[in-house]
Design a binder for this molecule. Structure first.
Ligand code: MG
Length: 375
């Protein structure tokens, strides 16, 4: 198996990837983190063959880290991109935010396998990532549980439609009115998956599912009319596909991200993952239609996706701005989809063809969302 590079090594996906790496005894040759604050010498002690890229570190942190770690550490966003281009590695991109796009492109252009958890790469830069894939001859294997399931299912049968499952988040079944006074603590309490902060809030608003619908469009080339969402609170079925004769094929298993992470590293091989065995005996699985009125962010994603160009990028950027405001107590929970809708409506949409164009439009969308947030 290829040696691996883990971007976002101290985040939720990164830590679980390193668990899998220990389990499979993989060679970890590169690690990238966002800040110089966490205990990085310990990380490098555990992974003696790894070099480390620190994207954002203050000058004091740089000095201290260089003194401790010497030539094994490098700094700046460029150092992360450089590590992503390590020849012959499988690159796990668990970076949060649109900054992850640069590394995705670098990994694919170097001909590497990209095990992708960074949603923004596909949502903001779908076009750009597809181009990099073609140019470098790399390989893209999704890590997100739904897309991992769809990746596997679409290889097993002639799928005509995709059905993404959604847990419904912590507020499933509530009306809009009942969500008026929701607090960040309540929104962060996800019932089935262990995840980072933004994605937990995104799951509560169903923005996360909206982003996943857009990702599915980019990854599998299905039109938005052929991508459905069904709420499945148990999160046992990770997604489904439908064939021409109406048969549903479902991917089932334990809710643990280490399973799709490991699959992305070992594909096409399947190995025993470091998780408890799964059995469907005794489980009751239920499926519901999503409440589109209570969770308007879902329909907004379809609208943004149909727009193409900057549509998905603006949807994502406006949400990130709104979620941060919500977590800091500056915006209500129901304000999140409102900010997205207004930003989508006001933005001057256009096509995006390069990483720089994506970032420029992304900054513009964030400025617009912040301005709308204040008004
Ligand atoms: Mg998911």
């Amino acid at each position: 198996m290829n040696p691996i590079v883990v971007l976002g090594a101290t985040g939720s996906i990164g830590r679980q990837t390193l668990d899998v790496a220990r389990h499979l005894e993989l060679d970890v040759v590169g690690l990238a983190v966002n800040s110089g604050r966490s205990n990085l010498s310990e990380l490098l002690e555990k992974w003696p063959n790894a070099t480390l890229a620190v994207a954002g570190a203050s000058s004091e942190e740089r000095e201290a880290l260089s003194k401790d770690l010497g030539s094994r550490v490098s700094f700046g966003a460029e150092s992360v991109v450089e590590i992503a281009a390590t020849k012959g590695a499988t690159v796990v991109n668990g970076v949060v935010g649109s900054v992850g796009l640069g590394s995705s492109v670098a990994a694919l252009e170097a001909g590497n396998r990209l095990a992708l958890a960074n949603k923004e790469s596909l949502v903001a830069g779908g076009n750009v990532v597809k181009k990099a894939l073609k140019k470098g001859g790399g390989e893209l294997v999704p890590i997100d549980s739904e897309h991992s399931a769809l990746f596997q299912l679409t290889k097993m049968c002639d799928a005509q439609r995709l059905v993404l499952t959604a847990s419904g988040g912590p507020f499933r079944g509530r009306s809009r009115q009942e969500m008026e006074n929701v607090t960040p603590e309540q929104a962060l309490a996800h019932p089935t998956w262990r995840m980072g902060k933004r994605i937990s809030v995104d799951s509560a608003t169903m923005v996360n599912k909206g982003l996943e619908v857009i990702e599915a469009n980019v990854l599998f080339g299905f039109g938005f009319d052929d991508i459905d969402v069904v709420v499945h609170p148990q999160s046992i079925v990770h997604s489904m596909v439908v064939t021409a004769d109406g048969a549903f094929f479902a991917h089932m298993g334990i809710t643990d991200m280490r399973v799709p992470i490991q699959y992305a590293l070992t594909y096409p091989d399947r190995l025993l993952p470091p998780v408890p065995a799964f059995s469907p005996a005794g489980l009751t699985l239920t499926f519901e239609k999503p409440e589109r009125e209570a969770f308007p962010a879902l329909d907004l994603a379809y609208r943004a996706g149909e727009m193409g160009g900057t549509g998905p990028l603006v949807y994502n950027a406006a949400d990130e701005v709104a979620v941060l405001a919500f977590l800091e107590g500056r915006l209500s929970f129901l304000g999140i989809p409102k900010v997205i809708e207004r930003t989508l409506g006001r933005f001057e949409h256009r096509a995006v063809e390069s990483t720089d164009e994506v970032w420029e439009a992304d900054r513009e969308a964030r400025r617009l969302a912040s301005a709308l947030l204040k008004s």
